[in-house]
Structures are given as C-alpha cells and as structure tokens.
Write a protein that binds this ligand. Sequence first.
Ligand SMILES: Cc1cc2nc3c(=O)[nH]c(=O)nc-3n(C[C@H](O)[C@H](O)[C@H](O)COP(=O)(O)O)c2cc1C
Length: 197
Amino acid sequence: MSDATPLPGEPVALAHASRLINHGPTVLVATAHGGRRNVMAAAWSMPVEFTPPRVAVVIDKSTYTRELAAAAGAFALGIPGRALADLTFTVGSCSGREGDKFARYGIEAVPGPVLGQPLLAGCVAWLECRLIPEPHTEAAYDTCFAEVLWAAADPRVFRDGRWSFRDDNTELHTLHHLGAGAFAWPGQAIQANRLTG
Ligand SMILES: Cc1cc2nc3c(=O)[nH]c(=O)nc-3n(C[C@H](O)[C@H](O)[C@H](O)COP(=O)(O)O)c2cc1C
C-alpha cells in the first residue's frame, strides 16, 4: 500500500453512503492494524442509521477479520463487482490466519483517507468505517456496528447517488450470495412509479 496511490472511484456524499449497500450486495471486509492485514467476504450487511450513516455487518467472532477489526477499531468495506466473484468466494473460504490473502491472491489496496483501512482495487464501491464500541453486543453477537466516515464508488456504475446497472456494465454489477459460491447479480432494474389515488 502506498500513500502516493490515488484513491479509487469518486467520492460519494455520506448522505448517500447507505445506498451503496441498501440492495444487499456481498461485501469484502478489509482490515489492517499494526502491520497485519486481512480481507473476508460478508453477505450480511445493511444500513442501520441515516445521520451519521451507520452500518451493521455480521463478522463471525472466530474470524481473523474480527480480531483485526477489533484491534484497529475500524475496517473498510469493498463492494465487489461480478468480475471479482472468484476472489470474493475465495477470500470467504479461507482464513488470513493461514497466510496473507493479499499476497497469496495478488490483491492490491490503498489506505483509506480517514482511517487508513485497505481500499481494495477492482471493487466498485468503498466505505471506510469506524467500529462503534458495544461491549455487550460484541460479546454476545457476531454483528458489528460501525459509522461510515468516507465513501466512494466507480462512476461507471454508481453516479449522482444511484446505482446504474445496465447491459453495458455487467462486469461491474454487484454480487448477491445465494450460498456455496453461487451468486446472482442485478441484471435487470425497473423504475417504479407512485400510484395515483
Ligand atoms: C460469499 C460469502 C459470504 C459470507 N458472508 C459472511 C458473513 O456475512 N458473515 C461472516 O461472518 N462470514 C461470512 N462468510 C464467511 C467468511 O468470509 C469466512 O469465515 C472467512 O474465511 C473468514 O476469514 P478470516 O478468518 O480471514 O477473517 C462468507 C463467505 C462467503 C464465501
């Protein structure tokens, strides 16, 4: 990771950050602390507060990611597009305790601008998040709550606060986990209109 490397994507206003995960994409939870780094897949994340924007992510207590995120007090979410399906499944199927997944799978990242957490190359959106200390919740549950401090997205697929999933950008469509490495992606979108009455 190098400070000289430009940040990925274009900034997303924090007021729109919840829209990045509103539709339930699988995310990559990336963490770095004290010279250690890691990344895992998480299908379970959601926005939980508007202002400031807060998210909940289920990070199993037994994972290396959870250990590092707790030590860092932070993590970054990367939202992978279809092109990263194999990588997403892979980093969700092995532990960083067995070796550095970044080196093993050629994952590149730059430090986030606020917390220095890894922003993964090749994703279509990124959120830098600070863990909200919740001693009871942390002890009892796998769910972690965090405040989003910075967000960005690839303007080819997220612009003006909205996702734009089209036939000409399918490699950038987000992944929705069906189980056991099978994913669906949002191939078709419709604009609903309010009914009159
Ligand atoms: C597509 C996918 C989605 C997953 N979603 C979650 C999740 O929401 N929460 C979770 O704790 N683990 C989830 N996992 C499992 C973790 O990614 C897995 O335990 C990982 O190996 C942990 O790595 P670590 O020990 O390096 O942190 C998922 C795995 C895959 C493949």
